[in-house]
Design a protein around this ligand. Structure first.
Ligand code: PHE
Length: 344
C-alpha cells in the first residue's frame, strides 16, 4: 500500500495538464466516486489495527495532496471553463415546456355545468353499477315492457332468476336516487358515464357520457322547461340559436319531446352535419311522469317537474365537428392536442 501511495504521489506531483479535459480525467481517476482514493480507503478497512494507525495518516495526507492539486489547477483552467460557458447566448428564449390539454368532453361538461349553475342547478352524481329499480322500474319502465329494449343494457348479475344489476344506461337513475333521498324542490344536473350494448363504430359506442337535468317544485310547467332549455342553448351555441320541440316518447316523462337546435355549423342554411335540414337534435325532455314522482315518494298532486337528458359527445361534436365517436376514448395525442388553445 505504501508503495502504491508513493507511486501515485509522484504521479500527482508531476501532473501538468494541457487543458481542462485532462484535468477532468485526473479528477475522475483520483477523486471520482470510483477513483483511486476511494479504492485505497476501501483497502484500508481491511488492514490490521497496527497498520491502521500509520496508514490512516498517510492516506489522509495523500487525499489532501490530490485535492489541493486539483483545486489549484482548477483555478488555472477556470477561465477556459468560463469561455466555454459563454458560448451560450443567454438572451435566447428557453426551451418551451409542454402544457397538457383538456379533453373535449371535459370542456363541454364544464361549460354545461357552468351554464346550469348560473340558473341555480347543483351537480349530482350516482353509481355506474345500478339495480333494475333505479335504472328502470322506478322510472316507469313496466317489467317485460318493450321500452326496456330501447336501451341495450349490459346486465351483470341476476337476482331470483331475473336480470337485476346492470351498468346504468342513463343518468336518470341519479334523478331517482336524488328524489328518494331528499325533499323537493330539486334543481340538479347529473353528468356521468353511461353504457349500452352497441357494436363500436364511428357512430356508436358501448359507453358514452350524458348530462341529465331535473327540476321539481310546485307549479313547474312545460313553459319552464322550454324557457330553461332555450336559455341553455343561447348560452352554449350563441344568441339567436333557434329551438324546436318535436313530440316523442319516454316512459318516465309525459308529455315527452325531443329538442332540435338550428344547425350550429351552417346556422340553418343546410350542410353535411344537419343532413341539409337546417336542424340538429340535441336532447330528450319532458314533464316528469306522476308515476315516477310517486315511486320516489313525492306527492304528485303537489309537485310537478321537468327532466331532460343529452349526450355530451353529441354536444361536443356539434361544437368541434368530431366525425368519429371512437376518437373520444382512444387517447390519441394528435386528437387531444388540438384542444390546447381551449384551456380555460
Ligand atoms: N334518459 C333518456 C335517455 O337516456 C334521456 C331523457 C332524460 C329523456 C330525461 C327525457 C327526460 O335517452
Amino acid at each position: 500500500m505504501q508503495d502504491q501511495i508513493d507511486q501515485y504521489t509522484a504521479e500527482i506531483n508531476a501532473f501538468t495538464p494541457a487543458n481542462a479535459d485532462e484535468l477532468e480525467t485526473f479528477r475522475i481517476k483520483f477523486l471520482g466516486t470510483k477513483g483511486i482514493i476511494k479504492d485505497l480507503f476501501e483497502q484500508f478497512k481491511t488492514v490490521g489495527p497496527e497498520e491502521k494507525r500509520t496508514f490512516g495518516k498517510v492516506l489522509n495526507q495523500f487525499k489532501q495532496l490530490a485535492e489541493a492539486k486539483y483545486n489549484e489547477l482548477k483555478e488555472t483552467f477556470n477561465s477556459e471553463l468560463t469561455t466555454h460557458d459563454s458560448e451560450f447566448d443567454k438572451t435566447l428564449p428557453g426551451d418551451g415546456f409542454q402544457v397538457g390539454s383538456r379533453h373535449p368532453l371535459s370542456l363541454v361538461r364544464n361549460e354545461i355545468i357552468d351554464i346550469f349553475k348560473r340558473l341555480g342547478f347543483v351537480v349530482a352524481e350516482g353509481p355506474e353499477i345500478e339495480d333494475d329499480w333505479h335504472n328502470f322500474s322506478a322510472l316507469n319502465f313496466p317489467e317485460e315492457h318493450p321500452a326496456r329494449d330501447m336501451q341495450d343494457t349490459f346486465f351483470i348479475k341476476k337476482n331470483n332468476g331475473k336480470d337485476d344489476i346492470a351498468l346504468r344506461t342513463h343518468t336518470s337513475s341519479v334523478q331517482v336516487r336524488m328524489m328518494e333521498n331528499g325533499k323537493p324542490p330539486f334543481r340538479a344536473i347529473m353528468p356521468g358515464r353511461v353504457y349500452r350494448n352497441e357494436a363500436i363504430s364511428a357512430r356508436a359506442h358501448c359507453f358514452f357520457h350524458q348530462v341529465e337535468g331535473l327540476y321539481v317544485d310546485e307549479n313547474v310547467s312545460f313553459a319552464d322547461l322550454k324557457q330553461t332549455l332555450y336559455h341553455f342553448v343561447q348560452e352554449l351555441y350563441g344568441e339567436g340559436t333557434k329551438v324546436r320541440f318535436r313530440p316523442s316518447y319516454f316512459p318516465f316523462t309525459e308529455p315527452s319531446a325531443e329538442m332540435d337546435v338550428s344547425c350550429t355549423i351552417c346556422k340553418g342554411a343546410g350542410c353535411n352535419m344537419c343532413k341539409y335540414s337546417g336542424w340538429v337534435e340535441i336532447l330528450g325532455c319532458g314533464m316528469v311522469d306522476p308515476n315516477v314522482l310517486e315511486n320516489c315518494g313525492i306527492d304528485s298532486k303537489v309537485y310537478t317537474g321537468f327532466a331532460f337528458g343529452m349526450g355530451m359527445e353529441r354536444i361536443a361534436n356539434l361544437k368541434y365537428v368530431i366525425r368519429d365517436l371512437r376518437l373520444f376514448s382512444e387517447n390519441d395525442e394528435r386528437f387531444l392536442n388540438q384542444f390546447q388553445s381551449e384551456i380555460i
